[in-house]
Design a protein around this ligand. Structure first.
Ligand code: FAD
Length: 317
């Protein structure tokens, strides 16, 4: 039984969340005394063999450029066909947008048990039990996967990237891609320099910013830190910021290393999308704001005084 890891990429680069999945899969494989191998649909701008440094021995690559744009139904069919031929396997995806679209479809095709939102390596002492978050990160559940083939979608930022040495063997994957049921007519890059789901640092603003005309301080701080910008839902609903910046239960879920929340109260629906951030900094003028309970660092103060001071301080670094 091998461990296969789905290599998620965009514009020629493997996503950070996928490097975490590779490292997780490689560690799992060594625990089970088997091999970890990648599945790559499409092409990268670098040599895929270099992914061997994350612990995989092979990359099974369907190198058609037409596969560079993710189509969940096409991807699911190719991956499921490949795994069916390979026999009982463990498949690892990242629980990001791509993984959420592809992993369940693969699991259905393979009639395999699926756990999404995994946060730890499986406990194999009593079967195959994977810990995951539930109720928007408020609790944990241990899920037993009881089918011969198992599918795991690992939460971004739940497992550190482990880099070593080594080159993977590239094995051509002959894929018979079904005709796509949807066609991407055009794609427009989202605003902001750093994609929100990939960002290490996110600077986020809420209704405390009073209006769209005040977002200059959020953008300036974000630019200085190489960060992406985000916002709370009412801010997007009021069209102060585009909806692709809205984070939370009904928006995008993110897990950056640093989340700076400015003028955001910290409602449970907002926290649901950001509580996997490694470090949370909250700036709010109300010392009773609920967000402070979830914060690693808190500044009680007026955003219009605190943020310009932060900008000046960062410029001096
Ligand atoms: P507010 O609650 O108005 O808070 C503004 C904060 O700014 C306050 O804490 C205030 O003290 C502070 N402030 C004011 N002025 C300043 C200043 N000058 N300097 C510093 N601080 C200041 N919300 C989301 O964000 N994401 C979601 O995905 C989401 N999904 C939802 C789903 C459902 C089903 C429901 C019912 C709600 C959802 N919400 C979501 C809305 C959520 O409940 C909150 O209403 C929302 O998060 C509040 O946004 P806010 O913190 O920007 O605004």
């Amino acid at each position: 039984m091998s461990v296969y890891i789905f290599i998620d990429h965009s514009e020629g680069h493997v996503k950070k969340a996928s490097l975490e999945a590779l490292s997780y899969g490689a560690t799992l494989a060594s625990q089970l005394n088997t091999t970890a191998e990648g599945i790559l649909l499409g092409t990268l701008s670098t040599d895929p063999a270099l992914l061997g440094k994350y612990g995989i021995t092979k990359v099974h690559q369907a190198a058609q450029e037409s596969l560079n744009a993710l189509d969940s139904q096409v991807y699911a069919k190719i991956i499921a066909d490949f795994v069916s031929a390979a026999g009982d396997s463990i498949l690892v995806f990242s629980n990001n947008l791509s993984g959420k679209a592809v992993a369940p479809r693969v699991a259905v095709r393979l009639k395999a048990a699926l756990v999404t939102g995994a946060i730890a390596l499986p406990d194999t002492s009593k079967g195959f039990v994977v810990k995951k978050t539930v109720f928007s990160g408020k609790a944990f559940a241990n899920i037993s996967l009881n089918t011969p083939t198992k599918v795991i979608a690992l939460n971004p930022n739940a497992y550190s990237v482990k880099e070593g040495e080594g080159k993977a063997e590239i094995v051509p994957l002959t894929a018979t891609a079904p005709a796509p049921k949807v066609r991407v007519v055009s794609a427009t890059a989202a605003t902001g320099h750093v994609p929100l789901t990939e960002a290490e640092i996110v600077v986020s603003g809420g209704r405390g910013l009073k209006g769209p005309e005040n977002w200059g301080i959020i953008e300036e701080l974000a630019n200085l830190l190489g960060a992406a910008t985000a916002c709370s839902r009412p801010v997007a609903d009021a069209h102060w910021r585009p909806h692709n910046e809205h984070v939370g239960q009904t928006g995008i879920a993110i897990a950056p290393n640093l989340y700076i929340a400015i003028g955001i109260s910290g409602a449970i629906q907002h926290l649901a999308g950001v509580n996997r951030s490694k470090v949370i900094v909250v700036i709010n003028k109300d010392p009773e704001a609920p967000f402070f309970k979830a914060a690693d660092y808190g500044i009680v103060g007026d955003a219009f005084e605190v943020v310009p001071k932060m900008i000046t301080a960062v410029k001096k670094l």
